[in-house]
Write a protein that binds this ligand. Structure first.
Ligand SMILES: [Zn+2]
Length: 157
């Protein structure tokens, strides 16, 4: 999907949950982002392996045939399943790839930034944080690198 299609999706669905979402948590998938569509594989993993209702995130960005595409995750009226302590208040966005190994490209950062700007048009988002920082706040221990050791949060917020 492109950003216009994502905006249509948000426009159709945001009203009942306008007040629900006040933040965003950013993740990486911690998997290789190949040229094929990985989003549905992640969805299947979350459903059949984790026994969740749907993929844990609300949105995704992934590379398909050398082009970045936006993906829709679980419905906006469902709590997330991406970050304990934040699932009721923070939308989850996942950038497909492993950014412990390499830094996101400028295009990947931009795609996330554009999506965040779009979400802020419809929801009063007060903060955008990385999963690792959310965990530190919730549990006071650095147990995850997500969205990746080489992911620079300052480039998207
Ligand atoms: Zn994460």
């Amino acid at each position: 999907m492109n950003l216009n299609e994502i905006e249509n999706y948000i426009q159709i669905n945001y009203k009942p949950v306008k007040a629900k979402w006040s933040g965003i948590v950013i993740h990486h998938s911690d998997t290789m982002d190949g040229d094929k569509k990985d989003w549905e594989a992640i969805r299947r993993y979350h459903i059949y392996n984790n026994h969740w209702k749907d993929i844990g995130y609300h949105f995704g960005v992934e590379n398909i045939s050398k082009k970045l595409e936006y993906q829709i995750g679980r419905p906006l009226h469902w709590n997330g399943a991406h970050c304990i302590g934040f699932n009721q208040t923070h939308l989850g966005i996942c950038l497909v790839g492993n950014f412990d190994i390499k830094e996101p490209t400028p295009e990947q950062y931009k795609s996330l930034k554009d999506l965040i700007i779009l979400i802020k048009k419809y929801f009063a988002i007060k903060e955008v944080i990385g999963h690792r920082d959310a965990i530190i706040r919730f549990r006071n221990e650095p147990i995850k690198t997500c969205p990746g050791l080489k992911f620079d949060m300052s480039k998207i917020v």
